[in-house]
Design a protein around this ligand. Structure first.
Ligand code: SF4
Ligand code: SF4
Length: 54
């Protein structure tokens, strides 16, 4: 399960689109990760502000 740094996240929604497991959801300014996350790290590499870590 990834960790979300909510102070860094800019709510761009890009990570939601790149997740192959559809594990990320952005609701206004709240990004959440579900149990479907398999720690592949794609979103971590994608995030332009480094708000995600495995
Ligand atoms: S890509 Fe990064 S900044 Fe954009 S919504 Fe995801 S965690 Fe937030
Ligand atoms: S680590 Fe992979 S499966 Fe987990 S939220 Fe990020 S892109 Fe999706």
């Amino acid at each position: 399960m990834i960790k979300i740094n909510r102070e860094r996240c800019m709510y761009c929604g890009g990570c939601v689109g790149v997740c192959p497991a559809n594990a990320l959801t952005l609701n206004e300014t709240m990004l959440t990760v579900s149990e479907a996350c398999n720690d592949c790290g794609i979103c971590v590499k994608f995030c332009p502000v480094g708000a995600l870590e495995v």
